[in-house]
Ligand binder design. Sequence first.
Ligand SMILES: Cc1cc2nc3c(=O)[nH]c(=O)nc-3n(C[C@H](O)[C@H](O)[C@H](O)COP(=O)(O)O)c2cc1C
Length: 388
Amino acid sequence: MPGSPDTAGLLQPTSIGGVLQLRNRICMAAMTRNRCIDGNKPTDIVAQHYGTRAKDGVGMIISEGIFISYDGSDFLHTPLLFLEEHARAWKKVTDEVHKAGGLMLFQPWHAGRLQNEEMSMLKENNYPVLAPSNIPASGDRYRLLEGHPGHSKNITEITNPEEIIDQYRNTASLAQTAGFDGVEVLAQGGYLLHTFLLKRSNQRTDKYGGSAENRCRFVLDVIDAIIEIWGAGKVGIKISPVDEYHDTASPYHEISQTYSYLISQLVARELGFITLSRRGYDTEPRPTGTELPPDYEPLQEFGDMIKFPGSKTSLIVNYEYSVEEAERLIRSDKIDLVQIGRPFISNPDLISRIRKGIPLAENDRGGDLLYGPYQHPDVGYNDWSAAE
Ligand SMILES: Cc1cc2nc3c(=O)[nH]c(=O)nc-3n(C[C@H](O)[C@H](O)[C@H](O)COP(=O)(O)O)c2cc1C
């Protein structure tokens, strides 16, 4: 993703939902980094990490995924937000971002079937792995568990969806105490909300399963609960229609129908933004039966449903966008903003580099850099230098 001096479109201010004023159209995507080592709460180093990127002028930061209840995923030091003490810890982070004139949105996360009940937090609290249906996800390898098992085979089907919706209400309200500026609901990656959308993981026979309308109902109920607290303009959602990550690959006709319905409902609610990730669009080969039409791009199918004259919903794209491609799409009025993920790890001064046309630093430190393990939590996190 080399920098380019020709980035006037990306660097133009904009607003979301008429209520969030952004300095430019470049957002930092949510990235789990496992640095919340104080009882799953962020510490000063987390505030420093986000604060540095805010000081450099990023348009908007999406927090790493933050669990809305007990978590049994394979990510050990991920944050929680369901108690006042969690909110107080996040307030220090959002204060740091605000001091630098930035905006930071909260990303609520429920891992759904991508957990294992043997992970310490679930085990100690005797809390189950909850999912729409009792269909285990294939894959993974829990590094901390004996024998390195995969995702749970011991799933408890959600009997009362309202209880989970209440957890979203609680976390969304605490996010206000924590000083966040809005919410980006995580609905991709094979986690709970995503699994409600897909037939392969949702075989419920109640009003939350079956037709596309029913499979979208849980996500929309969660969105409605959060809108009640925040107002639609400050709420967005991250979706990835052709994702195949974590056992989610689904037939194209199902995706097309489900996401067309979901998007139409989100836009009708005048949601602040939709983040459209294209992860999976270039995966070759996809599992049999989930192949995509030739040269398929989710933006081509769903872009006009979100971005059209008079739409109140901003369109943010994500997944392997270069500065050049994002700039071109902004200039041709195809998108409103872009979310950049991985390049923000090794470029604390990503905005300055884009502004000055300085090439971006590559991550040359290997895979452990992302989630650990690390010698010290600052390593690979707060030790990247800015360009001269
Ligand atoms: C280390 C790491 C952690 C991530 N954690 C999250 C997360 O917590 N929530 C989320 O929605 N996406 C997460 N993602 C995906 C990114 O938000 C983004 O969608 C992805 O990196 C693609 O954007 P990019 O090509 O600009 O990196 C993560 C990605 C990485 C590399």
